[in-house]
Design a protein around this ligand. Structure first.
Ligand code: AR6
Length: 169
């Protein structure tokens, strides 16, 4: 049975096969976790991203991890929160599903996710966390992934993830 857990800290330091980036449709970098991943991976990551010609919201694309401990980066594009009536829930779930599909394609056994869309894109944290946990639980067995880390950059996120993981949400 796959293991899901919340961990505190910086996703760029995680020793896993793949880390997930909360990117934008250009895939050409940005702030938040995206900026941190590009800084830690080095300029080769931007070169690799240029060759992908962007990514639709709800989708994800893979590159190598370059200078990161992780072998792969899966660049997922979460939705911008517009109040909840613009398919935001489904688009966010789709990001997690697509990352697990990429995990299967690349034989990834361990993966770390940030809280996609909950920063600059303003998706409410608790609602996003429920979607993240439920979607990963629903698709993990098919993916071949054995270990999932939800990496929380601040203590609020860590408390929410720990509570909802324990609640079996
Ligand atoms: N490790 C783990 N989590 C982090 C890190 C880190 N190093 N840094 C920030 N977070 P955000 P979004 C958390 O804004 O809302 C970018 O400019 C952060 O606390 O990075 O999906 C992209 O290019 C929050 O909980 O991503 C897009 O334009 C979570 O990561 C846009 O932001 C996501 O926050 C995407 O916005």
């Amino acid at each position: 049975m796959a293991q899901l857990r919340a961990v505190a800290g910086d996703i760029t330091r995680r020793d896993v096969d793949a880390i997930v980036n909360a990117a934008n449709t250009s895939l050409l970098g940005g702030g938040g976790v995206d900026g941190a991943i590009h800084r830690a991976a080095g300029p080769e990551l931007l070169e690799a991203c240029r060759k992908l010609h962007g990514c639709a919201t709800g989708d994800a694309k893979a590159t190598a991890g370059f200078r990161l401990p992780a072998k792969w980066v899966f660049h997922a594009v979460g939705p911008v929160w517009h109040g909840g009536g613009h398919n935001e829930d489904e688009l966010l779930a789709s990001c997690y599903r697509r990352c697990l599909e990429l995990a299967r394609e690349h034989a990834v056994r361990s993966i770390a996710f940030p809280a996609i869309s909950t920063g600059v894109y303003s998706f409410p944290l608790e609602r996003a966390t429920k979607i993240a946990i439920q979607t990963v639980r629903a698709h993990i067995e098919d993916s071949g992934v054995e270990r999932v880390e939800f990496v929380c950059f601040n203590s609020d996120a860590l408390l929410v993830y720990e509570r909802l993981l324990t609640a079996g949400s």
